[in-house]
Ligand binder design. Structure first.
Ligand SMILES: [Zn+2]
Length: 568
């Protein structure tokens, strides 16, 4: 009998400790079979004082009013409802009264988004598909982002597919924050590929028709990337969703992506090759750990060389480890960075200037990626010579952060480096990051690969690239430049870019163009200017045997500390 009483008490206590979750329901609004909007219903109790503010997040990426797509808000169970400019409302009701909010999310684009749209994050709601991020869809009672939450998708006709990381919510721990940091995609054309074995729980959801890769190839790449990065950190398999929305290709190939805690949202031009997505996915997925699980970023972007640059370093290392990069791909990726670093007007910028102007100056932002990645190579080379490796430093950073949740990224790197190598990395950081002194990597920085200095003409295209990209019609062709000499004239229409490499004047530029009469022709030329640039270039030593190459790949992947030089 005593036992029974105790059980009843425990139940009562549990029921009191776990408040009813805020319930979200998402549904399609269809007219004559065409999708017009999304309907959102939210059930939540009013605040204890009877004054409840229903709001949207105040900012998301470039969107300063994320609630602008909500319309027709009604609240039942309230005495008075005053709409607010952010898309939410001030609600007056009995204290703790059960409230029900209903509104619609209208389309953020009038027609299918293209690679020329300046932003991809607005709600895509077209006649037969939608693609949305939680921040722009879900309102919430102010002060309750950490409150328990539940989600349901309902009302779709049979055959209308749906995929969201919200289907993966753990009912015991899901919060409003999970709703906000989510992605959802739906369409009668939706295709979902689910991983199995080591990839169980990982799903790919897409509906695009991509010209240059099939679903299976994309899924294989995503599965291998996720599996390899999890193995690097020793993490178990947990549910993860990769969503891939198509952007109609207009003049330029483009893609963008944003990480969610348990998902990844991608917008991809339909003409983009799969290769361009490898680096994006490997980079973005590595952000699952870096920086959040390694240390805090602080209030400015001074540590971006660690959060972004090291993430680039590891994207390449782990693509090589996963077999998604050949040694040639790896060399090419680093050569693009070595060249970009060599020609960047920001290459000598000290840390203070980078931190202050990071978001205002694209060159400074880019320099954090480039310099950080090269510092990763420099440190890895030093550690390898001393019989250690950067991988151990990264894992140690995670342990430090676990033990001290408020600790910051750079101090954690220094502490982890000291713990692994028995010495401080500060002198190198001070010299190249804080003071901005130009980096020249030692010849053996990439183990078995050859590194040498190259001087060549700077790359000059000879026309106004921005104006041309905007209209698709060539403008600002310089009569004394290489494009003019090859026959390019103002007013010619760009049909396709058929050659060229960023920053590299040694690669021929090639444009298929149409002149005023509609006649098509191919314009090809060396995009060489008069000034010169000096940078480091990586190459595979000639005569490398298959066995030497295998060992080389293992070393660069971080899988073995020692790599015999070719020929030994
Ligand atoms: Zn990043």
């Amino acid at each position: 009998m005593c036992g029974l009483v105790l059980t009843a008490l425990l139940l009562a206590t549990t029921a009191k400790a776990a408040p009813t979750p805020i319930r979200y329901v998402l549904a399609p609004v269809l007219e004559n079979g065409a999708l017009k909007a999304l309907a959102v219903d939210i059930d939540f109790p009013a605040d204890a004082d009877g004054d409840t503010r229903l709001k949207f997040v105040s900012q998301f990426q470039a969107e300063t009013r994320p609630g602008r797509y909500a319309e027709g808000l009604t609240v039942t169970g309230a005495e008075a409802v005053t709409p607010t400019p952010d898309g939410g409302a001030e609600i007056r009701s009995a204290p703790g009264a059960p409230l029900h909010a209903h509104y619609r999310i209208r389309p953020g684009y009038a027609s299918a988004p293209t690679t020329q749209d300046p932003t991809q994050i607005r709600p895509i709601i077209l006649s037969d598909w939608f693609y949305t991020l939680g921040e722009l869809v879900f309102a919430f009672p102010a002060g309750r982002r950490d409150a328990p939450a539940a989600f349901a998708w309902t009302g779709a006709p049979e055959g209308f597919g749906f995929a969201s990381d919200l289907e993966q919510l753990d009912p015991k721990s899901a919060t409003v924050n999970d709703l906000l940091e989510s992605v959802a995609i739906g369409s009668p054309r939706l295709r979902v590929i689910s991983g199995s074995g080591p990839d169980a729980g990982v799903r790919i959801a897409t509906l695009g028709a991509f010209d240059r890769f099939a679903d299976a190839a994309f899924a294989d790449m995503a599965f291998r990337t996720i599996r390899t990065e999890r193995a690097f950190w020793g993490d178990p398999a947990t549910p993860f969703l990769v969503t891939l929305a198509p952007l109609q290709t207009r003049l330029i190939d483009a893609y963008s992506g944003t990480g969610r805690t348990d998902a990844f949202a991608l917008w991809v031009g339909t003409a983009l090759p799969l290769d361009d997505l490898r680096r994006l996915l490997a980079h973005e997925y590595f952000h699952t750990w870096n920086p959040d699980q390694l240390g805090g970023m602080g209030k400015d972007r001074a540590a971006a060389w660690l959060s972004e640059g090291f993430t680039d370093f590891y994207a390449r290392r782990l693509l090589l480890r996963a077999g998604l990069f050949s040694l040639g791909d790896y060399v090419q990726a680093w050569n693009e960075d070595l060249l970009a670093y060599g020609v960047s007007p920001a290459r000598d910028a000290p840390e203070a200037r980078m931190a202050e102007n990071y978001w205002r100056d694209h060159d400074l932002e880019q320099m954090a990626y480039l310099r950080g990645a090269l510092l990763g190579v420099l440190f890895e080379g030093q550690l390898r010579r001393e019989g250690h490796g950067l991988d151990a430093v990264m894992r140690r950073m995670r342990e430090i952060k676990r033990g001290k949740p408020d600790s910051a990224l750079r101090p954690n790197f220094e502490a982890a480096f000291k713990a692994v190598a028995g010495r401080s990395p500060l002198a190198t950081i001070e010299r190249h990051q804080v003071r901005g002194e130009r980096l020249a990597l030692p010849a053996d920085a990439f183990a078995c690969l050859t590194l040498r200095m190259v001087t060549q003409p700077e790359r000059v295209l000879g026309f106004d690239r921005d104006a041309t990209a905007e209209t698709g019609v060539f403008a600002g062709v310089d009569p004394s430049g290489p494009a003019y000499a090859a026959g390019l004239r103002d007013g010619m229409r760009l049909i396709a870019r058929e050659g060229g490499a960023p920053n590299d004047s040694s690669v021929e530029a090639a444009f298929r163009v149409a002149d005023a009469s509609g006649q098509e022709r191919l314009i090809r030329y060396r995009p060489e200017g008069k000034a010169t640039v000096t940078f480091q270039r990586l190459s595979i030593p000639p005569g490398l045997t298959a066995d030497q190459e295998r060992r080389c790949v293992r070393t660069l992947s971080g899988l073995s500390a020692i790599s015999p030089a070719p020929g030994t």
